[in-house]
Design a protein around this ligand. Structure first.
Ligand SMILES: Cc1cc2nc3c(=O)[nH]c(=O)nc-3n(C[C@H](O)[C@H](O)[C@H](O)COP(=O)(O)OP(=O)(O)OC[C@H]3O[C@@H](n4cnc5c(N)ncnc54)[C@H](O)[C@@H]3O)c2cc1C
Length: 90
């Protein structure tokens, strides 16, 4: 069986996520970055994940699902630093 090969250009959170999910599906992945991985927008972010309500319902649902995914990754990816599941009030 032919294994697909994919080159992902950019090792920020998006490229890293694409590479991770392709690897999960058995694809051979090469990630290329012109700089150090995770140092561009990803390295500057506040690392805040949330699902506030001032978005269209579909986007709110996507963000809520993303938060649930982080909880799964905390178990699945042992190397991932633990998230701070603090509350908020507005
Ligand atoms: C100050 C700040 C705070 C933020 N806070 C949050 C937050 O709290 N929560 C949140 O969800 N989002 C936040 N964001 C947004 C979030 O950080 C970005 O949406 C996200 O990091 C973008 O990821 P990315 O992988 O697309 O881009 P990047 O992290 O920028 O990665 C792109 C990578 O591609 C590489 N690259 C680019 N061009 C080439 C090329 N031609 N050849 C090779 N490599 C290349 C770059 O070197 C870089 O490593 C914040 C953004 C900023 C700036």
């Amino acid at each position: 069986m032919t294994r697909h090969r994919v080159v992902v250009i950019g090792a920020g959170i998006i490229g890293a996520s694409i590479a991770y999910h392709l690897l999960q599906r058995g694809v051979v992945v090469i990630v290329i970055d012109g700089d150090q991985p995770g140092t561009a927008a990803t390295g500057s972010s506040f690392a805040w994940i949330n699902a506030t309500l001032d978005n269209p319902k579909s986007y709110y649902g996507l963000r809520l699902q993303s938060m649930l995914e982080y909880r799964r990754w905390e178990i699945e990816l042992e190397a991932m630093p633990p998230a701070h599941w603090d509350g908020s009030l507005f």
